[in-house]
Design a protein around this ligand. Structure first.
Ligand SMILES: [Zn+2]
Length: 69
């Protein structure tokens, strides 16, 4: 199923789906291969609710692994 078209909140242009090599959702915690949308006009990143949930889960996982040390 296709996602609804994502429209940039800043400029109203269409955003395309991209995969970020690295993204710092929370300061000091880098996650890899993050799905996101990028505005084709102003390069603003836009995340869907599912993408935010995924980033939160992965950030929490990294945090729990860091606590092991
Ligand atoms: Zn834009």
């Amino acid at each position: 199923m296709r996602l609804n078209q994502i429209i940039c909140r800043k400029c109203g242009s269409k955003a395309k789906e991209i995969i970020l090599d690295r993204y710092e959702y929370e300061e000091g915690i880098l996650i890899c291969n993050v799905h996101a949308f990028e505005c084709s006009n102003c390069k603003e990143f836009i995340f869907t609710e599912e993408q935010v949930d995924e980033m939160e889960k992965r950030t929490d996982l990294i945090k729990s692994e860091m606590l092991v040390f």
